[in-house]
Design a protein around this ligand. Structure first.
Ligand code: LLP
Length: 423
């Protein structure tokens, strides 16, 4: 469910025409829907009404301040994986006590920021990390609330590159080490072991795939409690998928929530989730303009002004994004197979091969659908292309929530060394 639809032949985000956005912001540009973000958050939150739950939005999916602030206003917490994400979440209004700090390589500096701000929890992924955190916390006269992220040795995830829960992945502590690591944590002066966390992958379509991992976590909580640990939180991670293609039908947040209730049974804990894609995925599109149509060797290349640096998912994961013309094609227009490519000097700068598209011409606009998660956040300045603008729409209002930097701004952080003769 999202709020992008055709009106009078033009694709709109809520009440705003994407043609108008393109005129105002230029292209390429990301456009997000406030109503869609809010709906996704509340569907999940409502499914847990009356339960002690913290929905910590995974900021890596879309870290635009406007997006985080929208969710913060709804009551969301934040799952962050860097000092930068932590600062952004706080700037956007997420209270520290709703922030979970995940990630395999927290630096001393990042730990200090989290401890100074008094965040809810650090998800710890190794023994050396635990020891560093304890040392820093004790030096600051604090105790860091932690959950170990356990690696449940469960295979799941929409693509090999976004699965995280099996033994070969770098994430989490080994399942069989958990008891010993909690013993160790309880002996450390700067650590308060309060929870257990798990995250097995992303773009997971069936909730059944989470079940084994969640059941392992619950069994571990019971065992640790029996051994005298005051485990009061479980973090089930993120990972529920969204439809990218017609016909894809991931399990709903309600089914997901029901399974979580079922697995938890009577266990009295704070339940934490870290959804990213589920909330932001189909709340955003990337609009792009056709620069050229190139016919060669029997192929038609539709060359867009968006490149793999702006939307990396197809190049990185062979991910599929539906591409819609912003203006509906004329009645009876025939579709034909084209390659949708960008301007970057790389063969992988191809969004789709042999994609059946209606007729497209120079200057036409297209929209990459379901680009709200891992779109702008994965983008880069490759080929010295300034990061693209981002807009947030609410009803008939459209606000630029990240403006496109000028070339001068892009260059300003760099300098040539003094030994270059200035001429
Ligand atoms: N929690 C942790 C610890 C994570 O590593 C992730 C995502 C999430 C939560 C949120 O997962 P989600 O609910 O969004 O599935 N760039 C890839 C996805 C990478 C996901 C990384 N971790 C993509 O574009 O498909």
């Amino acid at each position: 469910m999202h709020h992008f639809a055709y009106r009078n032949g033009v694709l709109h985000c809520e009440d705003v025409s994407l043609e108008a956005v393109a005129r105002e912001l230029g292209t390429p540009a990301y456009v997000y829907s406030d109503a869609t973000l809010r709906r996704h958050y509340s569907v999940l939150a409502d499914a847990f009404a009356n339960r002690n739950v913290l929905i910590a939005y995974a900021v890596k999916a879309n870290s635009n301040l406007g997006v985080i602030a929208t969710l913060a206003e709804m009551g969301a917490g934040a799952d962050v994986v860097s000092g930068g994400e932590l600062m952004k979440a706080m700037e956007a209004g997420v209270p520290a006590n709703r922030i979970v700090f995940s990630g395999v390589a927290k630096t001393a500096e990042e730990m200090k920021i989290g401890l100074t701000r008094g965040i809810h929890q650090f998800n710890v992924e190794s023994l050396p990390e635990l020891h560093r955190l304890s040392k820093i916390a004790s030096e600051m006269g604090k105790r860091a609330p932690i959950a170990f992220r356990v690696n449940p040795h469960v295979e799941a995830g929409g693509h090999a590159h976004i699965s995280t829960g099996s033994a070969e992945h770098k994430f989490g502590i080994a399942w069989h080490e958990a008891d010993a690591f909690y013993d160790e944590a309880s002996r450390l002066p700067g650590i308060d072991p309060v929870g257990i966390a798990v995250h097995i992958g992303s773009q997971i379509m069936r909730v059944e795939q989470f079940r084994a991992a969640w059941e392992k976590v619950v069994a571990l909580v019971r065992r640790l409690r029996d051994r005298g640990f005051a485990i009061s939180r479980v973090d089930f991670g993120g990972g529920l998928g969204v439809p990218y293609k017609d016909g894809e039908d991931p399990d709903s947040p309600l089914v997901y929530a029901n399974q979580a209730r079922d697995v938890l049974g009577s266990l009295d804990v704070q339940l934490i989730f870290e959804p990213g894609r589920l909330i932001a995925g189909n709340a955003g599109v990337l609009i792009s303009k056709v620069e050229y149509i190139k016919e060669r060797d029997g192929r038609t290349f539709v060359i867009l002004d968006a490149g793999m640096n702006d939307l990396m998912r197809p190049a990185l994961y062979s991910a599929y994004h539906e591409v819609l013309p912003v203006r509906t094609p004329a009645l009876g227009a025939t579709r034909s197979p084209v390659d949708l490519v960008g301007p970057i000097c790389e063969s992988t700068d191809r969004f789709a091969k042999d994609r059946s598209m209606p007729p497209l011409h120079e200057g036409d606009l297209v929209a990459f659908m379901t680009a709200g998660a891992y779109g702008a956040t994965l983008s880069s300045q490759y080929n010295s292309r300034p990061l693209v603008a981002e807009a947030l729409v609410r009803g008939d209002a459209c606000v630029v929530v990240r403006r496109r930097p000028t070339f001068d701004e892009m260059i300003a952080l760099e300098r040539a060394p003094d030994w270059i003769a200035s001429g």
